[in-house]
Design a protein around this ligand. Structure first.
Ligand SMILES: Cc1ncc(COP(=O)(O)O)c(C=O)c1O
Length: 402
């Protein structure tokens, strides 16, 4: 028996993300991409845009001013700013002193929730297609992910009946990204209300991950599940600064938790990483301030422009799109090519130098789609669109003659 076999839990290789898609496909595409010069990679969740200058200044100021000590429980001004934000923008109230837990990214927010609520073998519902980090976090806490199907034709919104059908005595929670990654889904109020009713009926928790909150378009609005009546004890909001505030590398997120759960989460946060970066938290206070608003309004406009261009470009290539309402990430419908998503992704990489994951790397229901991150400036997206056009044209031609 090798050291790895003796010591490394099998769940690291077998159950964590990286297993996504048929075996070997991810490694094959990565190898191919490494061999091609000037590849445009639209896979990552880390865009070109950076934090509001006032946030950067506030963090630098905190470093200079010696605000560099532990911040047990989180910097009080940040907890207050988050509580105010939830009241002002999301329509729900939390006590900043007890119910807001500052974390290292929303990734750690999910970590502390699962490490707190799960016993080995407990089940957590999530969507297919899914966000890999959610699955990893469930597995890390020795839980078992159970997948609820979603479909592009429904704009990737789960049917509450499909959620309810999958509940067993081991189910503890349903985690979902709203707005969605990878799908850009935005759940309607009535759907969220139906999920909440399920939570009450079956004594489980709802864990909305609202990291992409700001990027909602097409006249739709984001509804925070915690704003619904009856949500106070059942909804644990997972949030963060990475996407809506362009602060990926700052590693800051939070949980807005029910009163009965928050003390346990504080305890788990302390056990895992004690506190989050104090100067960065001061930067985050500024990111939530009115002074940062014009900057983030411009970021919103930028993603809207990229989104509109991108889906339109694919439609003009002969692949009609029915995009889900959010931006930043999203799914490209390639079903008309008649080819598996992996093949389309591979052809685009080889022939157009565009690196875009097949939807199947996010669950089997991603078949027929590519998953894109709108993480590059318009001119790069436009160039790439021009290169992809002939590749798609060739596939559609072949599909017609077949
Ligand atoms: C839906 C979703 N949740 C959570 C995360 C984790 O992000 P972070 O820890 O940077 O907040 C990501 C990152 O891509 C994500 O897409």
């Amino acid at each position: 028996m090798s050291l790895a076999e003796r010591f490394i839990s099998p769940r690291i290789d077998k159950e964590m993300s990286g297993r996504d898609g048929p075996p070997g496909q991810r490694a094959a595409l990565l190898k191919l991409a490494a061999e091609i010069k000037d590849v445009v990679n639209l896979n990552s969740g880390d865009p070109d845009l950076t934090a509001a200058p006032v946030a950067v200044e506030a963090a630098v100021e905190a470093f200079r001013g010696g605000k560099t000590h532990y911040s047990h429980g989180g910097v009080p001004s940040l907890r207050a700013a988050i509580a105010q934000k939830h009241g002002r923008e999301n329509g729900f109230t939390v006590d900043p002193d007890t119910q807001v837990i500052i974390t290292n990214g929303s990734a750690e927010a999910a970590t502390i929730v699962f490490q707190t609520i799960l016993e080995p073998g407990d089940e957590v519902l999530t969507t297919d297609p899914y966000y890999g980090g959610h699955v990893n976090n469930i597995v890390a806490a020795r839980g078992r992910p159970v997948f609820v199907p979603t479909r592009g034709d429904d704009l990737w919104e789960p049917d509450p009946a499909e959620v309810e059908k999958r509940i067993t005595p081991r189910t503890r929670a349903f985690i979902f990204a709203n707005p969605g990654n990878p799908t850009a889904a935005v759940y309607r109020k009535e759907t969220l209300q139906a999920f909440l009713d399920i939570a009450h009926r079956h004594n489980i928790l709802m864990l909305p991950d609202e990291l992409f909150e700001r990027y909602v378009y097409d006249g739709r609005t984001h509804v925070s599940m915690a704003s619904l009546p009856g949500s106070e004890e059942r909804v644990v909001t997972i949030h963060g600064f990475s996407k809506s505030y362009c602060m990926t590398g700052w590693r800051l997120g939070w949980v807005a938790a029910p009163k009965w759960l928050a003390p346990a989460l504080h305890k788990m946060k302390y056990a895992l990483t004690m506190t989050s970066s104090t100067p960065n938290q001061w930067g985050a206070v500024a990111a939530l301030s009115d002074a940062a608003k014009p900057y983030y309004d411009e970021v919103y406009r930028t993603y809207g422009e990229r989104r509109a261009f991108w889906y339109d470009a694919w439609t003009k290539m002969g692949l009609p799109q029915k995009p889900a309402p959010a931006a930043f990430v999203g799914m490209i419908d390639i079903r008309r090519t008649g080819r598996p998503a992996y093949e389309v992704s591979e052809a685009i990489l080889k022939e157009a130098r565009g690196f875009i994951w097949p939807g199947t790397f996010f669950g089997s229901l991603g078949e027929g789609y590519l998953r894109v991150g709108l993480i590059k400036p318009m001119d790069v997206l436009q160039d790439l669109g021009r290169r992809i056009g002939p590749v798609v044209g060739k596939m559609l031609g072949a599909a017609r003659t077949a």
